[in-house]
Ligand binder design. Structure first.
Ligand SMILES: CCCC/C=C/CC(=O)SCCNC(=O)CCNC(=O)[C@H](O)C(C)(C)COP(=O)(O)OP(=O)(O)OC[C@H]1O[C@@H](n2cnc3c(N)ncnc32)[C@H](O)[C@@H]1OP(=O)(O)O
Length: 306
């Protein structure tokens, strides 16, 4: 146990060092450019839909926060709420997580306007919602299947990593991975650990350093996704339903106990370290260096669109 604690402390130290170039520089408060990217607080609950089918035991959680299912605080709370709602129905044993946006984008990761020139009172709550979403999805009693019909960068990839099984559309334009380093930021230790657990240490090491976004074929090769759906094959939804049925045939107690074997330690680790993790995130993201890089990244996104 003490080994885990010291390893975790070391990882956080590395994480902190990256952001410690200029700590909480006052220029953060000068909201002079990129004014169109002001922080948004969602005002309605219509961000996700949960459709539960007691006959099959499968619930489908559809994300539809336009335009890219980026994860604002309210979006993360809505997803967490829907997971808990599905879990509270004892007839439900499996959850399919998918997007119903017309673009097909699975999730563009954290809402960048929550990170760039952030509302400092909201920032810790935003991060706690991210931690909570990880704990709710990764630790769910349900068998969880990510049906990934479009891009899933960064925290979008986290959503899929937190599921038990990942099915992706085989379209090279749909990429997946933890690309944080390309934004001048770094994934938190618990998210990096998920990556390591799924694709192995060396693959994760390289991909985290380079901020790699994998094409579906590459993702299949490294084990980041479990199955690809080619256009013309049976639809991704049908495949997800089939996989859900396969999980449901396993006695639930055994299935949940098996999940605990591989995920319990990481879940306990973050659960016991949330305040410290939040503190580090807030100090890291508000450094002048990170803010400048995030500003440039947002500009690049806007230009690319034009
Ligand atoms: C400090 C420690 C924290 C560490 C953890 C970080 C985890 C994260 O999740 S950071 C977020 C990383 N996310 C990204 O890098 C994704 C950026 N987006 C894209 O690469 C692309 O948008 C896409 C591949 C997801 C989709 O490309 P597509 O060409 O189909 O659509 P776009 O025209 O680019 O985007 C549509 C629309 O959505 C807005 N948008 C995209 N991503 C985000 C985002 N993460 N936050 C806020 N808004 C986003 C984009 O600006 C477009 O908006 P408009 O239509 O209004 O122009």
């Amino acid at each position: 146990m003490s080994v885990h604690v010291s390893q975790s402390a070391h990882k956080i130290q590395l994480w902190r060092r990256l952001g410690s170039v200029q700590y909480r520089d006052s220029s953060l408060l000068q909201r002079q450019h990129l004014s169109s990217f002001s922080s948004k607080a969602d005002r309605n609950d219509d961000l996700v839909t949960l459709e539960a089918s007691p006959d099959t035991g499968v619930a489908t959680l559809r994300m539809h926060r336009s335009p890219a299912n980026s994860l604002s605080m309210e979006m993360m709370q809505s997803i967490s709420g829907a997971i808990r709602k599905a879990e509270s129905d004892r007839k439900i044993q499996s959850l399919i997580l998918t997007s119903s946006l017309p673009s097909g984008i699975f999730s563009a990761g954290l809402e960048l306007t929550e990170l760039y020139q952030p509302d400092l009172a909201r920032l810790p709550k935003f991060w706690e919602s991210f931690q909570q979403l990880y704990l709710d999805l990764y630790g769910s009693r349900l068998s969880t299947i990510a049906s990934i019909g479009g891009p899933a960068p960064a925290a979008g990839c986290m959503l899929s990593l937190s599921c038990d099984y990942r099915i992706m559309t085989d379209n090279p334009k749909c990429t997946i991975g933890l690309n944080e380093s390309q934004l001048g930021i770094v994934a938190p230790p618990w998210l990096a650990q998920q990556y390591i657990d799924v694709i192995g240490n060396r693959n994760a090491e390289l991909a985290l350093l380079l901020g790699t976004l994998f094409t579906p074929q590459q993702a299949l090769t490294v084990g980041l996704v479990d199955e690809l759906v080619c256009s013309g094959d049976s639809s991704i939804d049908e495949m997800a339903q089939r996989k859900a049925a396969e999980f449901i045939r396993i006695p639930p107690k055994a299935r949940v106990a098996a999940k605990e074997l591989t995920r319990g330690t990481q879940i306990a680790k973050l659960s016991g370290n949330r305040e410290e993790d939040t503190e580090f995130f807030c100090s890291f993201v508000t450094t002048d260096t990170v803010q400048k890089t995030l500003g440039s990244y947002l500009e690049m996104l806007a230009k690319r669109k034009k």
